[in-house]
Ligand binder design. Structure first.
Ligand code: ADP
Ligand code: MG
Length: 392
């Protein structure tokens, strides 16, 4: 592990500022089940990870903002000011933290002076493990601490989403920021995205491990396809509204959907809506399965989720399908599915502890043979939400 404090002083100097530098951490997240349900008023079931983003920060006496990321060292220090918070292409990755400061101010919180802040992330960027939400929630958490902002963790999550939507122009739901802000060790969060009610469910995997498989395929088309899926679901919902009194697809049971689906005028939209409805019900069932320690059923539902994302929602692609297919051929695997928006990024599987090594080797080899480049594998633990780290 890097000595982040040392690096901070190398980058920003040791000159006295308003506060001493402090060290912070916010996790990444993986969604165990409940994909593409968060903008359909459905349930999701993500958990925070022990991989995430670190920051070292101190408050300044003037209004300057100085950002540095060890993951983007080629850009050096990027400067802004708390009085000039606008999205600029040339400000690169700093548009994420800038967006959070902008959102804080816009929501009436007083951020009157600047800060120096260094980041170091252990989440692969752009792979569906939400490094963007991690850096957003982390930045909000740093501001909360340095500027004594009275704000709850749920509000921090909402501010992060507000910033990503309105400053960075990314149309994400609330799941990522919520899972990160509210993360709890060895617990996943059963979140109802319709009203943000939630419940922690213990994830007692026993001798199983969560293994994340990264396709290493960048999500190229994902933004436009993501918006297309959202639109298709909105249209299907408005067609269903002609015959049903509902506000979201998440309100429908499978039976209700089957009864009224013919109100949807296109086969494609019918498939999209079917995924949204069935995936939501699957998520509710999966949490019940976990609560009654039925890991076999939990794994089976994960695999069904993948199939639905592949066939009805059509957001997987050859790389994710290959990983899941190869994973399911292995011994000691309870289930596997893509996670995140899809079209690339990561898949998640539950694998017997004793089989993990062999699993990684065999799935890795098969993937390389079929796709032509390497996948990466991470055996992950479920971790806590943001925290201030002891100074070393
Ligand atoms: P994901 O959230 O799936 O990882 P995104 O494309 O939404 O992918 O977010 C990745 C972007 O977030 C990066 O390209 C970068 O702009 C920003 N980011 C995430 N982590 C860091 C970090 N440690 N340092 C600087 N920027 C980061
Ligand atoms: Mg993101």
């Amino acid at each position: 592990m890097y000595d982040l404090l040392k690096k901070f002083y190398e980058v920003f100097g040791t000159c006295e500022q308003e506060t001493e530098a402090r060290k912070y951490f916010a996790p990444g997240r993986v969604n165990l089940i409940g994909e593409h349900t968060d903008y359909n008023g459905g349930h999701v079931f993500p958990c925070a990870l022990t991989i995430g983003t670190f920051a070292v920060a101190r408050k300044r006496r003037d209004t300057a903002l100085r950002f540095y990321s060890m993951n983007f060292e080629q850009f050096g220090v990027i400067e802004s000011s708390v009085e000039d918070l606008v999205f600029r292409e040339e400000d690169e990755w700093t548009n994420y933290p800038k967006g959070v400061i902008w959102a804080m101010k816009k929501n009436g919180y007083e951020i009157d002076s600047g800060m120096d802040i260094l980041y170091y992330g252990t989440i692969p960027n752009g792979s569906g493990l939400s490094s963007s939400a991690s850096i957003e929630v982390l930045t909000g958490f740093v501001l909360k601490d340095l500027f004594h902002v009275e704000i709850s963790m749920t509000e921090l999550a909402l501010l992060g989403q507000f910033a990503e939507n309105n400053f960075n122009g990314v149309n994400c739901g609330i799941m990522d920021q919520f899972a990160i802000a509210m993360g709890k060790k060895d617990r996943a969060i059963f979140l109802n995205t319709a009203d943000l009610s939630y419940e922690y469910a213990p994830v007692n995997l026993g001798h199983q491990k969560i293994v994340i498989m990264n396709t290493n395929k960048k999500r190229g088309l994902s933004d436009s396809k993501y918006n297309e899926r959202r639109k298709e679901c909105e249209e299907a919902l408005s067609e269903l509204k002609a015959v049903l009194d509902i506000n979201t697809l998440g309100e429908l049971s499978k039976e209700e959907f089957e009864q009224y689906k013919d109100a949807i005028q296109s086969e494609v939209r019918k498939k999209r809506a079917r995924h949204a409805v069935y995936e939501n019900q699957r998520t509710i069932e999966a949490v019940e399965a976990l609560k009654s320690n039925n890991l076999i059923l939990f794994g089976k539902l994960m695999t069904e989720s993948h199939l639905s994302l592949k066939e009805d929602y059509e957001v997987t692609g050859i790389e994710l399908d290959t990983l899941v297919e190869e994973a399911l051929k292995q011994k000691g695997v309870l289930g596997a599915r893509m996670t995140g928006a899809g079209f690339g990024g990561c898949a998640v599987s539950i694998v017997d502890d004793n089989e993990v090594e062999r699993f990684v080797k065999q799935v890795g080899e098969a993937y390389k043979k079929r796709i032509g480049y390497d996948a990466d594998f991470y055996v992950v633990e479920i971790g806590d939400g943001p925290c201030i780290l002891e100074e070393v």
